[in-house]
Design a protein around this ligand. Sequence first.
Ligand code: FAD
Length: 434
Amino acid sequence: MPNITIYCFRNDLRLLDNPAFLKASTDSDILLPIFCHPNNDLIYRGIRRIGIHRQAFLRQALNQLKINLKALNSDLIEVQGNIDNQIKKIADTIGATKIFFEKIIAPEELEQEKLIRDLGIPVETFWQSSMIDPLELPFEPHDMPDIFTEFRRQIESKKIQVKPPSLPPSKLPPLPSKKFESAYNVEYVEGIKNEKSSFPYLENQFLGGEKTALAHFENYLLKKLPHSYKKTRNQLFGIDFSTKFSPWLSIGCISAKHIAFKLKEFEDQFGANESSYWIWFELLWRDYFRFLHFKYGKNLYIKNGLNKNPIHINHNENKFEAWINGNTGNQLIDAGMRELFFTGYLSNRMRQIVTSYLIYDLDCDWRKGAQWFESQLIDFDVYSNQGNWLYIAGNGTDPRGGRRFNTTKQNLEHDPSDIYKNFWKKRSINIPEI
Ligand code: FAD
C-alpha cells in the first residue's frame, strides 16, 4: 500500500532545516503539503485576533513557500477552519495513511493536535522550533531550573554545540492525483506603509518568506552587525539596532538553529565578542520560554500564572482602551502604542515599558495586554509573548517578582531628545466603532 501523507505546515514555513518536512518527504509515495488558516475572530471592535500586519506578513510567507514547493513539482494547498475538520476532509478524499506536522506545546495547539490524533490516522510530530534540541539539555525539560540565570549557567557549562541545520529536500513525492484548490477567505489588507517603521514589511528586504529571511540574515552578518548588537539593542527605532529576526522566526521562515549555527561560524571567522554572544543569549531566552511550557503548560495561561499568592487586578476597560488607543496621556506610552498599531513592531525596550505601564500604572489585566500584543505584533510568538508578559507581571519566574519601568527615567535614557515621542504624536489611532 502506498504511503499517502499530508504535511500540515504550522509555524515552520520553510524548507531549509525543517526535519519534519524532510521526513515526510522521504517517507511518502504521495505527499500533499497544506496550510490551514484559522478562523480569524474579532477580538475588539474591528480588530481581529490576527491583525493586519501579521496577516500580510503571513500571506507573503505563504506565497514564497508555495513558489519553493512548486519549484520541486509540488504545491501548497491553503484551507481555512478547524484544523481537524479540514485535515479529515482532505484525508478522506486522498485516503491519507499518515499526517506529519511540527509540534507546538502551547495549550491551543496541543488541543488541535489531540483533535487531529482523534481522527484515527497515524500522526508524526516533530519538535523543531528551538535553538537547542530538548534532548541535549542537561536536565529534563519538565525539570528545568525556573530561574533563567541558572538555566543558562547549566546549558553553558555543558558546552552544547548547535548541530548543522538539516538540508532542504532535493525532490518531493508527487501530489495526489485528485486536484485540490486552495479555499480560504482571509481578509487581507496590504498593510500601512510607514516611513518610520522599524520593520517595514512592505519593502522587498522585509517581506515574509524563507528567501527574504535568509537574505536578511546573510546581510546582517555581512554588515558585521553581530559585533555591535549589545550596544544598540535597547534603542527605540531604526532598522539595524537589533537583528529583526523575530518576525521570520515567529512563523518559521528561518530556524533558530540555523541562526545559531551560522552565528558560530561568523564568530569563528571574524571573532566573537560580548555583542555576538548576546544574540545567542537572547535566543536562549526564546528557548527558555519554550521549555517553560514543557514544565508548566496551561498554568502559564491562568490569571495567577505561577504566582502562589492571590493577585488582585482592578481591571478597568476604559483605561485598557486608552492604552490600546495610545490615549493614556503619557506621551511615551502613547507613542509606543501608536507605533505598535501602525507598524506591527515595537522594540524590546518599548514592549517592556508599555507592558509595565498597563500592569502597574493602569492596574489592568496582563492577559488582556498579552491578547492585544497577539493581535498586533507582526512577530507574535505564543511562547515568547506569554513568557514575557508573565515575567514583567511578576507571575512567571522572575526572581525579583516582576519588573516595573519608570517612564520618566526610560524617556530620559532612551529618547532624551523626544524624537521618538514627537514622531508618533502626529499619528492618532482611530479604531472603528462596531
Ligand atoms: P533582537 O533584540 O535582535 O533579539 C534576537 C532574537 O532573540 C529575537 O529575534 C528573538 O527571537 C529573541 N529574543 C530577544 N529578546 C527576547 C525576549 N525577551 N524573549 C524571547 N525571545 C527574545 N518576541 C517574539 O518573538 N514574539 C513575541 O510575541 C514577543 N512578545 C513580547 C512581549 C513582551 C511584553 C516583551 C517584553 C517582549 C516580547 N518579545 C517577543 C521579545 C522581544 O521583544 C522580541 O523578540 C524582539 O524585540 C524582536 O526584535 P528583534 O528580532 O530585533 O530582537
